[in-house]
Design a protein around this ligand. Structure first.
Ligand SMILES: NC(=O)c1ccc[n+]([C@@H]2O[C@H](COP(=O)([O-])OP(=O)(O)OC[C@H]3O[C@@H](n4cnc5c(N)ncnc54)[C@H](O)[C@@H]3O)[C@@H](O)[C@H]2O)c1
Length: 365
């Protein structure tokens, strides 16, 4: 892979400045302040965890959808309780972050009361990095399942054209002294956001990520976006993508079977669905014992004997948690073109530019 954006060319923004910038742009586009705070928090959490594909750089495309009239900046989700353990959220075509946040808060409340809470979310939008929803559950001491569907990007196994989304499957569990367990992964070899990021940064992509429109391998992100993503693990990745559609699309009443609108298609609302579950971890033993068992699992995993050339074994989610600790200190790196695209959004609505600067000597160390 070529890498024109080395660290010395990066500009850095700290997390609170990034959140303030996003809140300003959102407010300028008609998003109520209490909702803007949630969206900003979720996007910056992605940047802090190193999931740059699903953070602040999504602002221009989200604002474009507001201007195109296919995402309602003013919408707030509504809730319908179905049973004591089940609720439904209608996102009313507002930000997916808001619908998923309300959904997980509701699932947590039900799990506190009766052990488990399940929420189906309809008429939502892209909610970015799934791990922020998992973290919302972890912050409340809960295990979770976080599913979403998304627009077509991946052919089903044996198929030629894109049909399923590269819809991430995510889940988590709290730990005691060790790091919590967080899985968050697209069923493709790589998330499509990584291709958009390579395009923005003028980088090449590995040849096993996608095929071009003629079905040929490509390392060109623009050609990959015209073609199809490749599933991870062949038919197994394809099956997971269908699973996300069953639980998030079919069950919820949202779009499914290839009908979710691409975030870059201005013709109609996305109509994304989500499926969220919160589970109390001390249902079958006391909390201390559960956490001890999680810590034991963590130690067994990271302490496993290593293959030649492997310096360290990580628990799922651990790399991103370490990245967050670093980025809270050093700031979030952006390339100049990304800063310019963000500032263009600020100019459109007359709000402050982003406070991004070259790395200090300390942060370069
Ligand atoms: N909302 C949407 O529609 C949508 C669609 C696609 C992807 N996404 C997001 O894109 C992001 C990136 O997805 P991805 O599939 O490229 O993730 P990834 O391949 O970077 O990571 C997948 C999982 O593997 C773990 N992992 C990675 N390297 C590891 C290592 N060396 N040791 C142990 N564990 C390791 C990570 O902690 C993570 O849980 C996710 O946050 C996902 O939610 C969102």
């Amino acid at each position: 892979m070529s890498s024109p954006a080395n660290n010395s060319q990066m500009l850095y923004v700290n997390a609170s400045d990034a959140r303030a910038f996003i809140e300003g742009v959102l407010a300028g586009n008609g998003v109520p302040q209490e909702n803007a705070i949630i969206v900003a928090q979720c996007l910056v959490e992605a940047d802090l965890r190193g999931v740059d594909t699903h953070g602040i750089n999504r602002i221009p495309s989200y604002m474009a959808r507001i201007r195109q009239g296919v995402l309602d900046p003013n919408a707030s989700p509504t809730l319908r309780q179905i049973t004591p353990a089940v609720a439904q959220v209608d996102g009313h075509n507002g930000f997916g972050f808001l619908a998923a946040h309300t959904g997980m808060a509701t699932a947590i409340r039900m799990a506190r009361d009766i052990g488990v809470g399940m929420v189906s979310v309809k008429h939502s939008n892209h909610f970015g990095m799934s791990a922020w929803v998992v973290q919302q559950a972890l912050d409340a001491g809960m295990m979770s399942l976080v599913f979403t569907n998304s627009s077509p990007a991946l052919p089903v196994w044996g198929g030629k054209s894109k049909l399923m989304g590269v819809s991430p499957i995510a889940c988590g569990a709290p730990a005691g002294k060790g790091r919590p367990f967080i899985v968050d992964m697209a069923p493709s070899v790589a998330a499509r956001g990584k291709i958009y990021k390579a395009l923005r940064r003028r980088e090449k992509i590995p040849k096993d990520w996608a095929l071009d429109k003629d079905g040929k391998q490509t390392d060109d992100p623009a050609k990959a976006l015209e073609g199809v993503m490749l599933p991870m693990g062949g038919p197994k990745g394809s099956a997971l993508a269908v699973m996300m559609d069953v639980f998030s699309g079919v069950l919820s009443g949202s779009a499914f079977a290839g009908q979710v609108t691409n975030p870059y298609d201005p013709s109609k609302p996305a109509d994304v669905g989500h499926f969220l579950v919160a589970i109390k971890p001390d249902l079958f033993m006391n909390l201390e014992e559960f956490k001890d068992r999680m810590d034991y699992l963590y130690q067994r995993v990271v302490g496993s004997d290593r293959m030649d050339g492997v310096d360290r074994i990580y628990f799922p989610g651990e790399i991103e948690q370490i990245m967050k600790e670093q980025r809270l200190q050093r700031g979030i790196p952006l390339v100049q073109a990304e800063v310019e695209a963000l500032n263009k959004e600020a100019q459109r609505v007359g709000t402050d530019s982003i406070n991004a600067s070259a790395p200090t000597i300390r942060s370069r160390l």
